[in-house]
Design a protein around this ligand. Structure first.
Ligand code: GAR
Length: 198
């Protein structure tokens, strides 16, 4: 079995991408990131990819471009890299079924909340606000398959809880959630690749 081919899609700073790049480099993960794709030219994830010698590709949406057209261009670029898995690591656009149909059972999303909770953007901040309001003491992280256009929803591959401490600030909670997701994402990719050898 050769190393798994991963395409990572990321809109943000790319700290989760970095954990995957590091795990590939040190042999923790028998995989290679073959491309990083971002919808944002200035995404830190693209700079991290370039530093690691991985193709860093910006696919920006044109003003007024229909989602289906954008996703077709995106799928075309990504399919060209022949990925075994497409990893959404902070990808902040909804993908159409047209895109997902290109990579059935191969698109994996990371979300900083427990299954069924806090879908969408700013999940850590919303969890922290609910904790301050006395409405929650735990949040978490999940990695799941993306079968359809549901937001941060789909068959769960792995999840981990993160306790919210009474003295947590948004920064301290964010740091702990990120540490948890860096670890959970790598562990889950490892498990998925062991189950379905490329
Ligand atoms: C991560 O916390 C990821 O779980 C989240 O975006 C962040 C990206 O951070 N994804 C979502 O909220 C998806 N709805 P990073 O750019 O440092 O990896």
């Amino acid at each position: 079995m050769g190393p798994g081919r991963l395409v990572v899609m990321a809109s943000g700073s790319g700290s989760n991408l970095q954990s995957v790049l590091d795990a590939c480099a040190d042999g923790t993960l028998a995989a290679a990131v073959v491309a990083v794709v971002s919808d944002r030219a200035e995404a830190g994830a693209l700079a991290r990819a370039s530093r690691a010698g991985v193709p860093a590709i910006h696919v920006g949406a044109q003003p007024g471009e229909p989602r289906a057209d954008y996703d077709a261009r995106l799928a075309d670029v990504i399919a060209g890299f022949g990925p075994d898995l497409v990893v959404l690591a902070g990808w902040m656009r909804l993908l159409t079924v047209g895109f997902l149909g290109w990579f059935p059972e191969r698109v994996i999303n990371l979300h900083p909340a427990r299954p069924g909770e806090l879908p969408g953007a700013h999940a850590i901040e919303r969890a922290w606000q609910e904790a301050i309001a006395g409405e929650r003491t735990i949040t978490g992280v999940m990695v799941h398959l993306v079968p359809d256009e549901g937001v941060d929803d789909g068959p769960v591959l792995a999840t981990a809880d993160v306790a919210i401490r009474p003295d947590d600030t948004l920064d301290s909670l964010t740091a702990r959630v990120h540490e948890t997701e860096h670890r959970l994402l790598v562990d889950t990719l490892k498990n998925v690749m062991q189950r379905s050898p490329a």
